[in-house]
Design a protein around this ligand. Sequence first.
Ligand code: CMP
Length: 141
Amino acid sequence: SSERTLSIIKPDAVANNYIGEIYRRFETAGLQIIAARMMHLTREQAESFYGVHRERPFFADLVSFMISGPVMVQVLEGESAILKNREIMGATNPAEAAAGTIRHDLAETVDANAVHGSDAVDTAREEIAFFFGDDELHSRA
Ligand code: CMP
């Protein structure tokens, strides 16, 4: 069934001029971009967005990286959008990501791994609401 998922193009991929390349991969896979915003996250926003990871050893580095430059935030909509986006992204660690995935092809390290994507229906709903109001979601479904 049709789903929505929250996607972030991280500071490394924005700096490397990969926004269009990544959008092309989403659209080729049948995912529609129904909302998008470029933003430079504040520390408070990054800490809140990644709040579930607050106790993890990588939290401080993750937050520092995510506020190091602008990001592109978008909502993707389509059939099985959450899983489909995770397949397009590849494994969290680019070193473990399959050939042809965004993280294999366009990323270097586990923090600078080009993209974030929601991992489940509940988190997708929360993450979308973190960045966008319902009136900003331009669904064509
Ligand atoms: P992301 O999907 O944005 O969600 C949390 C991020 O933490 C993850 O991608 C990685 O960029 C980063 N991270 C750093 N170290 C780890 C780790 N050991 N396990 C999971 N995520 C990590």
